[in-house]
Design a protein around this ligand. Structure first.
Ligand code: HEM
Length: 418
């Protein structure tokens, strides 16, 4: 590579590349292409603070890692690098062990994830669509008269969170405080302490779980409590927080990245000039080209093994390069042809810990509704800035925009009922 940032001299990873910096923000696809060329399908990397890990860039290698949980497991306590990790390490919220479904393994994981899957399967997708239409209308009502909006803050971020709150059965009253606290515990909100916000979210969910234990209703929480897996209240609280968190950011960025594609690419021109490709095609193309979870941390090697020509040691950390796998020329020799109807991307990962069925379908209902209601309500919506001035968030993990400023002919609110 022509401009690799100097590595910090790790003996196990002498030529490692830091997994940070603006290149991941603006043109990650080009960077992954060059990394694959230079390092092959598995690259030595340095996480924040110079902590060594592997980035799995090859589609086949990601398939192998995620499909072999006996060899590459999910419990981060397997990591041999914990002695190097300071208490304020920025990745700790994602990597530090928590007793949730995310970090469980084997039979225990199947017990927890099975209950989540079945509870989510009880969500009626037509009701979810109708609920999302109402919420999208209300969100659009708030800015329709002004002729301008930031579609990330005003639509893409709040809609998936409000949909998740509804699915788990949190009461509509006091939603605003809850949304602020949830947002603050998942992201940065000025003036809100994230630890205190997370505690308030946990208290609220504990209260919901206690209520549903004594009087179940038709929601995800009640179905998890009634599931034959016999989950404890604490397990349900932990896993509901995981479900809400897992739903929010990726779905918000799926909506934002799809709107960006449709507003900037003539093939999807959403002005009145017509001739546009479908919303479904745009949603699928984004999962291949600008997937919301571009890198996911991770898996830990259960024993010494080999991967993509590299020696992997027991306890090594592997980052799943989902965006890189999606553009691997071994599986997409003709990437310029576009994905067509091919859905074999890695965007929801693969194997035991993949985004659990039917979460990808629910996410698609939410994302599709956001885009379709927006186009229905504001058919002449256009970007308010040149496309090249749109700024990607400085994250190597999530791919999403800081803001999506648009303008349109001001219109009236449609009110509570569609
Ligand atoms: C309704 C929306 C969603 C819900 C309820 C949801 C739920 C979940 C849950 C509970 C997990 C943890 C699975 C486990 O460890 O066993 C998970 C993992 C994951 N989800 Fe989703 N998710 C949603 C939307 C999305 C979207 C839109 C994307 C990306 C396009 C996504 C990508 C992923 C990925 C990459 C993982 C990690 C899988 C792994 O460890 O290999 N999810 N999701």
């Amino acid at each position: 590579m022509t401009d690799p940032t100097p590595a910090t001299g790790c003996p196990a990873h002498p030529d490692a590349l830091p997994l940070s910096g603006p290149r991941y923000q603006q043109t990650p696809a080009e960077l992954y292409r060059r990394m694959r060329h230079e390092y092959g399908p598995v690259a030595p990397i340095l996480l924040d603070g110079g902590v060594p890990a592997w980035l799995v860039l090859g589609y086949r290698e990601v398939l192998h890692v995620t499909g072999n949980d006996q060899l590459f497991a999910r419990d981060s306590r397997r990591w041999h690098a914990w002695s190097r990790i300071p208490p304020d390490w920025p990745l700790l919220p994602f990597v530090g062990y928590q007793p949730s479904v995310l970090f469980t393994e084997g039979a225990e994981h199947r017990r927890r994830a099975g209950a989540i899957s079945e509870a989510l399967s009880g969500v009626d997708q037509f009701e979810l669509r109708a609920h999302c239409e109402r919420v999208a209308d209300e969100l659009i009502d708030a800015f329709a008269g002004s002729g301008e909006a930031d579609l990330m803050a005003d639509l893409a971020h709040p809609l998936p969170l409000l949909a998740a709150i509804w699915m788990v059965g949190l009461p509509g009253a006091a939603t605003q405080d809850l949304v602020r606290d949830l947002t603050a515990s998942l992201d940065v909100v000025e003036g809100v302490d994230p630890v205190a916000a997370y505690q308030r979210v946990q208290d609220r969910i504990q209260h919901l779980v206690a209520q549903r234990r004594s009087g179940p209703t038709a929601d995800v929480t009640s179905r998890m409590l009634e599931h034959p897996a016999g989950l404890t209240d604490d397990e349900v609280v932990q896993d509901l927080i995981s479900v809400i968190a897992a739903a929010q950011q990726p779905t918000a960025n799926w909506i934002g990245n799809t709107l960006r594609l449709m507003l900037t690419d003539d093939r999807f021109a959403i002005t009145l000039s017509g001739g546009r490709r479908s919303v479904g095609q745009a949603l699928n193309e984004v999962l291949w080209e600008d997937t919301p979870t571009q890198n996911f941390i991770g898996r830990w090697a259960v024993r010494d093994t080999q991967l993509g020509g590299r020696r992997i040691k027991e306890g090594d950390c592997l980052v799943l390069g989902l965006a890189a796998a999606n553009t691997d020329p071994q599986v997409r020799p003709d990437a310029h042809a576009g994905p067509g109807g091919n859905h074999a991307h890695m965007s929801f990962s693969h194997g035991e810990h993949q985004c659990p069925y039917p979460a990808p379908e629910l996410a698609e209902v939410i994302a599709r509704t956001a885009v379709e209601v927006l186009l229905d309500r504001l058919p002449d919506v256009v970007l308010a800035v040149p496309a090249e001035r749109l700024v990607w968030r400085p994250s190597v993990w999530m791919r999403g925009l800081e803001a999506l400023p648009v303008e349109f002919t001001p219109s009236y609110a449609v009110g509570p009922a569609r």
